[in-house]
Design a protein around this ligand. Structure first.
Ligand SMILES: Cc1ncc(COP(=O)(O)O)c(C=O)c1O
Length: 424
């Protein structure tokens, strides 16, 4: 660990003499002393796991359900497990198609392969990177059973238009809310609008239990089936009522994907402060994006009418052809000044071998789904490709302090880079 200066780790010097590199605070997730003490206490008491349904799990699920106005919540090991459980609970199976965004983290789609189902990729729509409901509808075919959308970088999709598409075609609607803790659409929280909503509650997400996920639904059947995939006794018989699931309560249906007790407590500590965390992040990210937007050819990610931003996970700005730098040059200029900017890690799914037909030869069901997906997705995705090539990721994980001094430091550093480009 590098030494701390005023609570901030000291960064190594950069290649720009005379220019101090901004001091970054610890990278999110950050936890307070109170929760550290609670986790220590759990460890001391050996309460590091929960095969039943103890107060920590129950409290996290109750808080998530309440915050999103949902009837059921299921805490899991990861967002990926939540998405697998969502598709399993909907009964998605071999040969079924689910329309998913091309621009998302691959877990929105990859669990479908495990079920033998086929992700049908939808190109990005507007400059936020989200899918356009009309483009989603154009992909509906006889095998389509569901639509899954991601609220990319925290921008809520147009959930009313997507709900209308889903209803017209009798499809289930799944929201992947992993980027968007605390975002809203027309005053409704993301996570409250799909038939199923899934949040990653792990890694660098704004609500993070280290590793974790959360599935929300109002359907008792969806909840029971998701719970049976991800748990066995006693969690199952403590929380599933319907008699039809009785034969499966002891064994579950093949998975054990429950969150750890310390993980639940860590996630709870963020959820309890979510409004404050969102306010800080939104204030910092709005100021940074708007400030960068004053530079030639740098375009902040547009926030649609009726949308409020929450976590702004992995938030980006677009570097357009009017900019004197290419995206990669601008990233390099920022990095040379000690800035933590880069191309986003979340890339279009159509570029991955798994989505281009690389089929595992030891699993015929997965292989068939992978090959079917490669065939159905053998078309261009111009909008996703263009946006991905232009996006520069901002240091969102460091912008968790109130009125972060990093905002001004980053704007000064980019001003310096642009003025050097002008004089060069
Ligand atoms: C949009 C999206 N969906 C799903 C996931 C998967 O979540 P996890 O890492 O908790 O499995 C992520 C993780 O980054 C994500 O960004």
């Amino acid at each position: 660990m590098r030494p701390l200066a005023n609570g901030h780790p000291v960064s190594p010097p950069t290649g720009r003499p005379g220019h101090a590199e901004p001091a970054h605070p610890l990278e999110w997730p950050v936890y307070d002393d109170g929760v550290a003490a609670r986790v220590t206490e759990l460890i001391t008491r050996g309460r590091t796991f929960d095969y039943d349904y103890g107060s920590e799990l129950a409290e996290l699920e109750r808080s998530f359900a309440e915050r999103h106005g949902r009837t059921h919540a299921l805490a899991l090991t990861s967002g990926t497990a939540g998405l697998l459980a969502a598709y399993f609970a909907l009964g998605v199976g071999p040969g079924d198609e689910v329309i998913v965004p091309d621009l998302t983290f691959f877990s929105t789609a990859s669990p479908l392969f495990l079920l033998g189902a086929v992700p049908v990729l939808c190109d990005a729509g507007d400059a936020s990177g989200n899918v356009d409901p009309a483009a989603v509808e154009a992909l509906v075919g006889p095998r389509t059973v569901a639509i899954a959308v991601t609220h990319l970088w925290g921008h809520s999709c147009d959930m009313d238009a997507l709900r209308a598409v889903a209803s017209r075609h009798g499809l289930a609607l799944v929201e992947d809310c992993s980027h968007a803790h605390g975002s809203t659409f027309r005053s409704r929280p993301v996570g409250s609008m799909g038939d199923i909503a899934v949040f990653s509650v792990g890694g660098r997400k704004l609500v993070s239990g280290g590793m974790g996920g959360m599935l929300l639904t109002d359907s008792e059947d969806v909840f029971a089936r998701a719970c049976l995939l991800t748990n066995f006794r006693h969690r199952t018989d403590l929380t599933i009522d319907a008699a039809r699931y009785e034969p499966f309560l002891l064994t579950g249906l093949g998975g054990n994907f429950r969150i750890s007790t310390p993980g639940a407590v860590l996630a709870q500590s963020h959820l309890d402060r979510l409004d404050e965390l969102v306010e800080r992040r939104v204030t910092n990210m709005s100021a940074l994006s708007a400030g960068l937007g004053r530079l030639p050819g740098v375009r902040p990610s547009p926030v649609a009418d009726g949308v409020t931003m929450g976590a702004w996970y992995d938030g980006v700005v677009e570097v357009t052809p009017e900019c004197p730098f290419s995206r990669d040059e601008l990233v390099a200029a920022g990095q040379a000044r000690g800035l933590k900017v880069r191309a986003p890690a979340t890339r279009p799914l159509h570029v991955f071998p798994l989505f281009q037909g690389a089929a595992p030869d030891w699993s015929p069901q997965v292989a068939a789904a992978v090959r079917a997906a490669a065939a159905v997705n053998d078309r261009p995705f111009p909008r996703s490709a263009e946006l991905f090539a232009r996006w520069m990721k901002l240091p969102v994980n460091f912008l968790w302090e109130e009125n972060s001094p990093l905002v001004g430091a980053y704007l000064d550093a980019f001003d310096d880079a642009f003025s050097m480009a002008r004089t060069a």
